[in-house]
Design a binder for this molecule. Structure first.
Ligand SMILES: *Cc1c(COP(=O)(O)O)cnc(C)c1O
Length: 244
């Protein structure tokens, strides 16, 4: 896709997000995370030049390459890691320039490892933001911690990981739920998890993020309280995967 088309898509999506926020009674703000997986660094730069700052990547190798390529040109970029975490890649994620938020923390072990790695790489900067990924659909093949366990993991991070900042909850949700009209039960589940966390800790629910919604359902997600949406194909075009 050309730079011009991507930049036009970006403006259209940002406008749609703003309208959805204005119409939503469940949220007052929504950040837009541009998901660039499989897409080249120059398309990311094209969005950055229009003022976009938050970008998401799923694959550690792509994050490493693009963050290095863009480190100087896009000095203020904010990378979100949104892929499945593997213990042996946590160091690489933490040393990627501009890494800003890990959206896919799903157990105490990974939280502890991020805490430890960030103390090496980011000791001079602020805490690394992390979201707890929740398996709201209960599907076996989906990442994330069980709904009932999620608030406790959040509290664990707040209590035990001084180099991390617990910053909210994230879900991917089931494909079917995101392609059916009406309220999405995954988004309702994530909303309730945040309520439970707020009750448990005494902190205001809206002090942390709800990252939910992708290309096909981000407007629905905002209606149900999303404060951060992750959109790839609607911005950059469909992904083409090389044959393995
Ligand atoms: C790929 C991906 C997205 C973006 O998906 P689109 O449908 O292309 O918008 C969002 N979140 C996660 C976790 C992803 O892996």
């Amino acid at each position: 896709m050309s730079v011009e088309i991507v930049q036009r898509n970006l403006l259209n999506i940002l406008e749609a997000v703003a309208e959805a926020v204005a119409a939503s009674s469940a949220t007052k703000r929504c950040r837009f995370v541009a998901v660039g997986k499989t897409k080249p660094a120059d398309l990311i730069e094209a969005c950055y030049s229009q003022g976009q700052r938050h970008f998401g990547e799923n694959y550690v190798q792509e994050l490493e390459e693009k963050s290095a390529t863009l480190a100087e040109k896009c000095a203020d970029i904010r990378w979100h890691f949104i892929g499945q975490v593997q213990s042996n890649k946590i160091g690489k994620i933490c040393s990627s320039p501009g890494i800003w938020c890990i959206e896919t923390v799903e157990n105490e072990k990974h939280a502890r490892l991020f805490d430890k790695e960030w103390s090496k790489h980011g000791a001079t900067s602020s805490p690394l933001r992390v979201l707890v990924q929740v398996n709201t659909s209960g599907e076996e093949n989906k990442g994330g911690i069980a709904v009932g366990e999620a608030p406790k993991l959040a509290e664990f991070i707040q209590t035990n990981c001084q180099n991390l900042k617990f910053d909210g909850f994230m879900t991917i949700g089931s494909f079917d739920h995101s392609h059916t009209d009406g309220r999405n039960p995954d988004f309702d589940n994530l909303f309730r998890v945040r309520e439970q966390w707020a009750t448990m800790t005494g902190e205001p629910a809206d002090s942390v993020e709800l990252s939910m919604g992708m290309s096909d359902d981000f407007l629905q997600a905002i209606q149900q309280g999303a404060t951060s949406v992750r959109v790839g194909s609607k911005l950059f075009g469909a992904r083409v995967y090389k044959n393995k």
